[in-house]
Design a protein around this ligand. Sequence first.
Ligand code: TYD
Ligand code: MG
Length: 492
Amino acid sequence: MSVPVTPVPYHRGMARTVKRHRCIDCGATSPQWVGRCPTCGEWNTLVEETALDPLVRAVNDLDLSSMPVPLSTVDVAEAQAVPTGIDEFDRVLAGGLVPGSVTLLGGEPGIGKSTLLLQVLLARAAAGHRVLLISAEESAHQVRLRAERLGTVPPGLLILAVTDVAAVAAAVAGADCDLVVVDSIQAVAVGPAVAGERRAGGVPGSITQVRECADQLVALAKAHQVPIVLVGHVTKDGALAGPRALEHMVDTVLSFEGDRHHGLRMLVAVKHRFGPTGELGLFEMGDHGLRTVDDPGRLLLGDRMHGVPGGIVLPAMQGRRPLVVELQALVAHAAQSQPKRTVVGLDAGRLNMILAVLARRADLGVLQFDVFASVAGGVRVTEPAADLAVALAVASATTGKVLPSNLAAVGEVGLAGEVRQVDNLTRRIEEAGRLGFTQVVVPMSSPDGPPGVELIRVGTVFEAMRRTDPFPGDVDAPYDEEGRGDWGLHAL
Ligand code: TYD
Ligand code: MG
């Protein structure tokens, strides 16, 4: 009688192993153990790792069931988005969340990521589904308190307050949910913490941990065909390497933006494997969570003050949606020998360029003054299309001439002072017209606007200044034939 034996590939057991050391903070490897990582400079972070020879490992990992199939036979229904019930969220996602997909929601701490996702979970649970929140930052008690503020809590919303990814995997396997939120990716970790010892994968939030956890969660989503949403904290300058480093690992990257001191929040898809990006979702943070904003003009233009120099309106694009914002400039005597330039919601480099263009091409004596420029409402407008409006606002603030309150401006300004074409001009003009701005300064080649909107087509920035000047006959600001004006600092 023969004893059945399991065939073992010949190379198993013969694998040549090589020892190496990996830094638990930055992931760099080194053949020898050293006290300090040569790559990141951290002390005592190298741990021994037994690694198979790469060739042997590749053969071991070979899975012959993964054979190519004709693309035409692939089922499209598998990538059907499921609406979450929060319309603005679904719109940004081109329909909803796709089963098996992983979405990263990035944003600054305190901007409202946890609130938004709790509302998504509540809406889904209210529709009769089982959903799971992995709360790695807040206790179940804290989350319950927050949920109370947002509305009734249906029984289908499950919560697990853990940080260990293995516990997350077990919960997802056991709970049979159709949506999982992990809050946040920086707070979960691979490998349990042993008291008094460093975690093998580094501290939670380290680049190695963030990538390893995301990798395991991506596999988990695929295995259970459940959509997983990861929360990722990003600092203002995007400095925190974690979430940025995993943008390529996930299917969708959403960015939640806004100013903590203002109510308006913007949700945009930065990357989306299942639909177009660029859709903008607008929310307002209130006492009972986030509300959809249908009329952003109320928030952005509601407190506008008329009759003050330096103010103008700009039809900006946020993603693919036009958003009319108020732009303000202030010019003041320099408090120090070095004039200061300060921007809020604008690109500082572009402001400096525009000041130089105004000084050199329009003789506007502004270089020796402090200049402040801001966009109201916590919106960030860094696109070149804001140039012309910034230039007109600065010119108005410098001369003290108030621009008409029904005036908007859009266009890129080049170094020669020329006004250039921008994208989506028709949609921008239409949106400005819809909100009651009947005069729009635009580049020369602009298409016609809707009825009721007068387009002021300009070729250069000084032409724009001349044609919007409320007192063209003002002796203090005479112009030559080219439209160049002698702009003194009359307001100061
Ligand atoms: P949160 O969702 O915790 O931010 P994140 O997860 O991005 O760090 O939001 C925190 C802020 O939102 C906090 O300052 C309180 C505020 N907030 C409201 O104004 N209204 C509300 O109903 C809720 C739940 C929070
Ligand atoms: Mg949070």
